[in-house]
Design a protein around this ligand. Structure first.
Ligand SMILES: Cc1cc2nc3c(=O)[nH]c(=O)nc-3n(C[C@H](O)[C@H](O)[C@H](O)COP(=O)(O)OP(=O)(O)OC[C@H]3O[C@@H](n4cnc5c(N)ncnc54)[C@H](O)[C@@H]3O)c2cc1C
Length: 432
């Protein structure tokens, strides 16, 4: 039997305080980010009496897709952040702790302070880990000397400072090995900057360069041509197979391990006036070291049901899980209803019937005011929500990115509303 839940005490209206954890919950959720809050809200909507707890150490919740717009000078950082306490769904217990160790054979999770909490069903969604230290000197260099990154709230505003102050010289943009969250984000900010330089008539005095580990602009080939057109339009130089190894802020140099066309490895040192770094990313260490991890370190789930491959009462979604989709909040929006339905079915001893199709979305900001709305699913299938050719940069898609999607996130998704325009696989003629 579950122990009765302590009531959440509201300190201000709409704000729920963290409470001491009870012994055992019907559903314990690790991580109160996009995935954790959404699943908790959907579970409570489907089954209001269910005892649900979220383990989340942070007081601040971020709408990370907005950070590209912060770096691009379109949003303020404050527009992308809210207090976590105000987002925990009513009736859900917030355990303000860091999960440290999993004991899936005992249906228990251990926190950083050594306490244990039990569960009937576990949902694991602590996001992914930004491996800043894998690039020598990067951590110390960030936030000064033109070294910026939209991948952390505290540096996204500095990206805009750098772009706003840039009048000429070399601007480097880096992209590490996949998978990363929002695979399009490293180049989205590059196009926003290039377009600002174009508007200021400064593009000709600048060298904008994209240095990436991979050998294609985007993982879904269908969306490469519009990106290539953006690259050509701004005169951006693209260097494939370049991995950032070290940054020296005061010297304004970056060291890359590069592979030439013949496959020969060499080191390349580049001087920069500004560098936007997307750090290497991996599963959080406490996940990698846990019995829940698969070979690559992510929580090992069935890519359709989102249930753990070994532990039948464990589910995972979002950036931390092994499903081979694009790691995006858009993916979370489609995974959460699947996890909710299948988890409740498992709780009731029924078969799992809900299946995730691998949907993810990446609104590619190819210009200020124009977006290529890339929507796709497993196997690189093109699955747009609308009938229009998604390769065309559109003003309507910019409105969607800057207005509707943030609204959808805060007011619908995090409140457990299962919103889908009805994305589906569509075919388009070759030329776009
Ligand atoms: C610059 C940038 C641009 C992006 N652009 C887009 C976009 O345009 N479209 C899009 O759909 N997505 C985009 N994303 C990706 C999107 O934000 C993520 O995919 C999404 O937030 C993943 O949700 P999540 O819940 O898995 O992880 P998060 O939202 O990162 O939440 C994880 C939570 O787990 C908590 N946590 C961590 N460790 C522990 C622990 N030990 N115990 C308990 N809790 C823990 C964290 O504090 C955090 O609150 C972007 C991301 C970035 C950084």
């Amino acid at each position: 039997m579950d122990t009765p839940l302590p009531r959440n005490q509201a300190d201000t209206p709409g704000e729920r305080a963290s409470v001491q954890p009870s012994e055992r919950y019907a559903v314990l959720i690790i991580g109160g980010g996009a995935a954790g809050i959404t699943v908790a809200a959907e579970l409570r909507r489907h089954r209001p009496g269910l005892s649900v707890a979220i383990v989340e150490p942070s007081e601040t919740h971020s709408y990370q897709p907005g950070w590209t717009l912060v770096g691009g000078g379109v949003f303020t950082l404050a527009q992308t952040q809210k207090r976590e306490g105000g987002l925990i769904p009513p009736g859900v217990t917030w355990i303000k702790q860091k999960a440290a160790t999993f004991h899936p054979d005992e249906n228990a999770v251990e926190f950083a302070d050594g306490r244990r909490v039990g569960y009937q069903m576990l949902v694991v969604c602590p996001g992914l880990q930004l491996d800043w230290d894998k690039v020598q000197g990067l951590r110390e260099a960030l936030g000064r000397n033109g070294v910026c990154s939209n991948y952390a709230a505290r540096y996204a505003e500095y990206t805009w400072e750098c772009i706003n102050a840039f009048r000429g010289g070399t601007a480097l943009f880096t992209q590490p090995a996949m998978p990363i969250k929002c695979a399009g984000a490293p180049q989205k900010i590059m196009y926003l900057m290039a377009d600002r330089l174009r508007i200021r008539r400064r593009l000709a005095q600048c060298s904008v360069e994209f240095l990436l580990v991979g050998d294609a602009l985007f993982g879904v080939p269908f969306f490469v041509p519009p990106l290539q057109r953006a690259v050509d339009r701004y005169g951006i130089k693209v260097h494939y197979k370049h991995e950032l190894k070290a940054v020296d802020g005061p010297a304004r140099t970056a060291l890359f391990a590069a592979k030439g066309p013949d496959g020969e490895a060499r080191e390349v040192t580049r001087r920069f006036d500004m560098i936007h770094v997307t750090p290497p990313q991996s599963a959080p260490d406490f996940i990698k070291q846990s019995p829940l991890a698969g070979a690559a370190g992510w929580v090992d789930v069935d890519p359709a049901t989102m249930r753990h491959t070994k532990y039948a009462n464990v589910f995972s979604l979002g950036d931390a899980c092994s499903a081979p989709n694009a790691k995006t909040a858009a993916a979370v929006r489609m995974q959460a209803p699947v996890v909710t339905r299948n988890l409740l079915a498992a709780l009731d001893g029924h078969e799992l019937t809900a299946a995730y199709d691998g949907y993810g979305s990446c609104p590619l900001t190819v210009a200020l005011g124009k977006v290529v709305l890339a929507e796709f699913a497993y196997g690189g299938k093109v699955t747009p929500s609308f009938k229009l050719d998604p390769r065309r940069p559109r003003r309507a898609a910019w409105q969607l990115k800057t207005k509707f999607l943030p609204f959808l996130y805060w007011n619908m998704m995090l409140r457990g509303s299962e919103f889908d325009v009805g994305h589906q696989e569509r075919q388009f003629a070759d030329a776009a």
